[in-house]
Write a protein that binds this ligand. Structure first.
Ligand SMILES: [Fe+2]
Ligand SMILES: [Fe+2]
Length: 328
C-alpha cells in the first residue's frame, strides 16, 4: 500500500517536472522531441494534423496520377511521374513523423480507409485537362508551400524536420506547374484558353486550402500558442494572394475575382469572399470526386495486401533467420 502511494507520488512529481519542461521548451521556442513529456491534447492535435497531412499527400497523387499516361510528351511524363512519386515520399515522411507520437501506422491507414480521417478537400476536384496539371502545380502546391514553410519551425521536432525536405520538393512542384501554364499561355489561342479555364477552376479551391476564416477556426489559437501553427488561416491566405497576383501577370492569365485589387493602405491585395458553402459541402463528402478518391484508395489498398504480406514475411525472415530454418 505504502509502496503504491510513494510510486504514485513519484509519478505526479515526474509529470509536474515534465509539464514545466514542456512549458519552458515552448516559451523558448525550442523543439519538443518524441521522448519529452507533452500534454495529451498537444499529442492528439499533432497526430490529427500530421496524419491528415500524410493522407492528403497520398490521396493527392490521384488527380495527377490520372494524367501520367496522357502527358503530352515523354519529358512531361517523366516530370509528372517524379512529382507524383515525391508526393508518395511526403506521405511516408509524415506517417513516420506521426508514428513517433505513439500512433501505429496501420491505425492511421485504417482511419483513412474507413473514412474516419480527413484529407485536404482540394483533392476532391477532378483534373479535367492537361492545363489542370499546371494549375494544380502552380496553385495547389503553391498554397501548400505558403502553409508549410512556417511548419518547418513547428515545435514538434520530427514534424518540423520532415517539412524542411518536403518544402524543398514542393517549390520544384510549383515551378513545374507554373512552367506548364506558361507554355500553354504562350501557345495557340485554344491552349491559352485551356490554361485560363484551369486557373479559373482551381483559384477558389486553392484559396480555401488555408481553411475557414479565422473567426470560424477555433482550434487555430491553441495550435498557435503551442508553436505548431505560426500564422492564422487568413494571414496565410493573404500571403498567398499577394504572391500569386504578380505570378499570374507574368503568365499573362487573370485570376477569377472581380474584387481583386491592390490596397495601398494595407499594402496587400484585397480579394472577394470565397464560397464557403462549397468548401463545407466538399469537406462533408459532397465534392465532385470524394467517392471516387476513396473507392480508388480502398481498391489500391485491398489489391496491394498480398505485397505487404509478402514484404512483412520477407522482413521477418531477414531478422529471424533461425526461425525461418526451423520452419522450413
Ligand atoms: Fe507534397
Ligand atoms: Fe507537391
Amino acid at each position: 500500500m505504502s509502496a503504491d502511494v510513494s510510486s504514485l507520488q513519484e509519478a505526479r512529481e515526474d509529470a509536474a517536472a515534465g509539464e514545466a519542461r514542456f512549458e519552458q521548451l515552448i516559451a523558448e521556442d525550442s523543439r519538443v522531441e518524441p521522448r519529452d513529456w507533452m500534454p495529451e491534447q498537444y499529442r492528439k492535435t499533432l497526430v490529427r494534423q500530421v496524419s491528415q497531412h500524410a493522407h492528403s499527400e497520398i490521396i493527392g497523387m490521384q488527380p495527377e496520377g490520372n494524367w501520367i499516361t496522357r502527358a503530352p510528351s515523354l519529358k512531361r511524363k517523366a516530370i509528372l511521374m517524379a512529382k507524383v512519386q515525391d508526393e508518395a515520399g511526403h506521405g511516408l515522411y509524415l506517417y513516420s513523423a506521426a508514428e513517433t507520437l505513439g500512433t501505429p501506422r496501420d491505425e492511421m491507414y485504417q482511419q483513412l480507409y474507413t473514412g474516419k480521417a480527413k484529407y485536404s478537400s482540394i483533392f476532391n476536384y477532378p483534373a479535367r485537362t492537361w492545363a489542370d496539371i499546371g494549375a494544380i502545380g502552380w496553385l495547389v502546391d503553391g498554397a501548400a508551400i505558403c502553409n508549410q514553410v512556417p511548419l518547418c519551425r513547428a515545435s514538434y521536432g520530427p514534424y518540423g524536420r520532415a517539412m524542411v525536405r518536403i518544402c524543398k520538393e514542393e517549390s520544384f512542384h510549383q515551378r513545374q506547374g507554373w512552367e506548364i501554364l506558361h507554355t500553354l499561355a504562350h501557345g495557340t489561342e485554344a491552349q491559352k484558353q485551356m490554361a485560363q479555364e484551369a486557373v479559373d477552376r482551381f483559384y477558389g479551391p486553392a484559396l480555401q486550402m488555408f481553411g475557414p476564416p479565422d473567426a470560424d477556426s477555433p482550434n487555430s489559437q491553441q495550435s498557435m500558442s503551442w508553436n505548431i501553427k505560426r500564422f492564422s488561416n487568413d494571414e496565410l491566405r493573404q500571403r498567398f494572394v499577394d504572391m500569386i497576383v504578380p505570378q499570374a501577370e507574368a503568365l499573362g492569365l487573370t485570376l477569377p475575382d472581380p474584387e481583386l485589387r491592390w490596397n495601398e493602405e494595407r499594402g496587400h491585395y484585397d480579394f472577394g469572399e470565397l464560397d464557403w458553402d462549397e468548401f463545407f459541402t466538399v469537406l462533408k463528402g459532397g465534392g465532385p470526386c470524394n467517392r471516387q478518391r476513396m473507392d480508388h484508395y480502398r481498391r489500391a489498398r485491398d489489391e496491394g495486401a498480398w505485397v505487404r504480406e509478402a514484404a512483412a514475411a520477407y522482413a521477418q525472415r531477414q531478422t529471424a533467420p533461425q526461425a525461418g530454418l526451423l520452419g522450413a
